[in-house]
Design a protein around this ligand. Structure first.
Ligand SMILES: [Zn+2]
Ligand SMILES: [Zn+2]
Ligand SMILES: [Zn+2]
Length: 341
């Protein structure tokens, strides 16, 4: 179990082990716990997506039976950073602490251990997105869930402990600092300009030097001021604040965009480790909204004191150059996926 501590001054979230908790034993199973056949090594599936005759079935494990032949499988993390069993221990500023309350679920993206997220089929990506949307909707109906964070750690230096392709979903009872900052920025821009800053950015960046790819409903670009080399973002072209509201058609289109850009990126950057995050609006009433999107951060170089100590980022690749490199790799990937040579 962990406590969520905040800094003396800043609204920074730090999850530290609670005084009562025993440190997690470094479990190193010789079998991959996420592979089919090893389901007993994980908690029961909360959702197992099974594809039968082209139809998606949403099943779950029961006490005496495990769903087999799944396409995507979701269960509670065995090493959660937040838990619903958190003890109610609070303390006030300057030593602010609250229980790290929430759900931490793992989404195994494919039964195939050897595949990587950038290699997975478009159809499989679509299945994963259907499952994520299902989970996001469910999690937001739960007590104490103010925010659902969805992310990928791919590669050891990006924080991944299990090789088998998967995503993590972690909920918080308050809004994480980065989302709070974005939401504040969106709110300020809306007030000053009467329009959404992301919709504005999309019209500025469309067909410009930083565009990577455009599909029917999505646009991917290297941002004007990227934190990481080759960082890119995927935005829905229409103004949508919540991922739970996107349609099946948009899910299929997003699956194509994700597969084409991740595939292109991993070829262009020689399988560099990366993180991928979903930035969604908090779904609480009256909370400030953002135009939802995905951000991908390749991990090409280590941070220096400037990044760590001052929040000033030195980027050695111009985003215009990054977009050129990613754009050509991703367009090639897309052509291969949709069968144009
Ligand atoms: Zn595996
Ligand atoms: Zn917008
Ligand atoms: Zn963002």
């Amino acid at each position: 179990m962990r406590d969520l501590r905040k800094d003396y001054v800043l609204d920074k979230f730090v999850l530290v082990p609670s005084s009562s908790s025993v440190p997690d034993a470094e479990e190193k199973p010789d079998k991959c716990p996420y592979c089919p056949g090893n389901e007993s090594l994980t908690p029961p599936a909360l959702l197992a997506l099974v594809v039968q005759d082209g139809m998606l079935q949403r099943l779950s494990d029961s006490e005496d039976s495990v769903v087999e032949d799944w396409s995507v499988r979701v269960f509670d993390s065995k090493a959660p950073v937040v838990t619903t069993a958190a003890a109610a221990s609070y303390s006030e500023k300057p030593l602010y602490s609250e229980p790290a309350y929430g759900y931490h679920q793992v989404v195994v993206a494919t039964p195939d251990h050897k595949q990587t997220l950038p290699q997975m089929s478009v159809e499989q990506w679509s299945n994963v997105l259907v499952v994520i949307q299902d989970r996001v909707r469910w999690l937001y109906t739960q007590k104490g869930v103010t925010y659902v964070s969805i992310y990928v750690n791919s590669g050891q230096s990006a924080g991944s402990k299990v090789v088998h392709p998967h995503l993590d979903m972690v909920t918080f009872s308050s809004i994480p600092p980065t989302i709070e900052l974005e939401a504040e920025g969106f709110h300020r821009f809306m007030n000053e300009n009467g329009k959404c800053p992301a919709c504005n950015m999309i019209s500025v960046e469309s067909s410009g030097p930083r565009q990577i790819l455009a599909t029917d409903s999505f646009l991917s670009i290297c941002p004007w001021a990227p934190t990481y080399s080759y960082e890119y973002w995927i935005y829905p072209k229409r103004h949508v604040t919540s991922f739970s509201k996107i349609t099946q058609k948009e899910i299929s289109d997003l699956a194509l965009m994700l597969r084409a850009t991740l595939g292109g990126m991993s070829k262009a950057l020689k399988d560099a480790p990366f993180n991928l995050v979903f930035h969604l609006s908090p779904e609480k009433k009256n909370s400030r909204q953002i135009h939802w999107h995905i951000e991908v951060y390749p991990q090409m170089s280590a941070w220096s004191g400037l990044e760590r100590g001052f929040g000033v980022y030195v980027n050695n690749v111009r985003p215009e150059k990054a977009a050129e490199v990613l754009g050509s790799a991703c367009r090639k990937e897309l052509a291969g996926l949709v069968g144009i040579t």
